[in-house]
Design a protein around this ligand. Structure first.
Ligand code: AMP
Ligand code: FES
Ligand code: ZN
Length: 311
């Protein structure tokens, strides 16, 4: 197969684009997809201070590198979940990446917040990954606001977004459907949240990281085995295999034709956020999810005040 752009030998085949690219042209293709996402959805401009949530995996490191190449103002934030072995490894990848590419980095340690994930696992019946997700989102938002970042960017890719949409549709979870998308504007105590990789698949971000020689962490979360998301991703992969382009049309079709309807529905139901009565950060439930987590475990442990460290 020949490269669609320059006719050299292609290294990456992309059936959904009916195209193949040599390594150099693949990197150009990748940049254009990110640029298109930023411009089409008006995610941010060169005036914004962007905090990129860095897990140490291929997606978030690829995102930070690409935004840096595009000369955006980028700073990294890593949350150390205190999971034996995997957290230390992930943090090491993030620290080395930021050192090598000279990206400022902040690290929040959940151990110091008295919220280490292995400890929380014992207190909750629901999957600990959902507790973890809630805590990460809380600290992303809080750190961004307290440190004057105008945008919080995550490395969610097309596979993540399509699987989430599939899951929300299966449950007809209208609140989540109204809230899903590559841009959540800043409002009432929430920083603007963006997902500039939403047009790129996991395969494409893996190729980008490999071709850019980014040393990323391969270790999946040890607690996520058997998660329904993994199963949904497999189903969508199968669909994509038979009908190339199905994932992006499913997701973009939702953004263009259905999302606003669900968002309006949510507004009509009057779920306006108000400050959490414990920590002051916004919630629709009186006390926010993280303060409720703290309350649940406070009978056995004493919650400490948040402290942020810079590396
Ligand atoms: P995941 O939910 O693990 O697929 O991660 C989705 C995105 O959330 C990643 O691409 C990162 O941008 C961000 N993220 C996940 N875990 C962390 C972490 N421990 N620290 C900082 N950002 C994270
Ligand atoms: Fe954090 Fe599984 S515990 S993602
Ligand atoms: Zn709170």
């Amino acid at each position: 197969m020949k490269c669609t752009r320059c006719r050299a030998k292609a290294a990456v085949a992309l059936p959904r684009h009916n195209a193949g690219f040599c390594p150099e042209c693949f990197l150009v293709f990748f940049s254009r997809q990110v640029e298109k996402a930023i411009k089409d959805k008006k995610l941010f401009t060169n005036q914004d201070r962007i905090l990129v949530a860095l897990s140490g995996g291929k997606d978030s490191l690829a995102l930070a590198r690409e935004l840096q190449n595009m000369e955006y103002d980028v700073t990294g934030l890593h949350i150390d979940l205190a999971i034996p072995e995997s957290s230390e490894r992930a943090r090491g990848h993030v620290i080395r990446f930021c050192r090598d590419y000279q990206i400022p980095l902040h690290v929040i340690e959940l151990e110091r917040e008295d919220l280490p994930i292995p400890k929380l696992k014992k207190f909750f019946k629901r999957p600990v990954c959902s507790v973890c997700g809630q805590i990460k989102r809380y600290y992303f938002n809080r750190f961004a606001l307290e440190n004057s970042f105008s945008v919080l960017a995550t490395g969610h890719n097309l596979d993540d977004e399509a699987a989430r949409l599939f899951s929300n549709v299966l449950r007809w979870d209208t609140a989540y459907l109204g809230d899903q998308g590559p841009l959540l504007p800043d409002e009432q105590g929430f920083v603007r949240k963006v997902k500039p990789l939403y047009r790129l698949s996991e395969f494409e971000t893996a190729n980008y990281s490999f071709l850019s020689r980014i040393d990323y962490s391969f270790t999946p979360c040890p607690y996520s085995k058997g998660a329904s998301f993994t199963f949904y991703k497999k189903i969508l992969d199968e669909l994509e295999h038979h009908q190339p382009g199905r994932k992006i049309s499913f997701y973009e079709g939702f953004l263009n034709r259905a999302r606003n309807t669900f968002a309006r529905l949510d507004q009509e139901q009057g779920k306006e956020p108000a400050p959490c009565s414990c920590c002051g950060y916004p919630t629709t439930t009186g006390i926010c999810g993280v303060c409720r987590i703290r309350k649940t475990i406070s009978s056995r442990t004493t919650a400490s005040q948040p402290t942020f460290s810079r590396t």
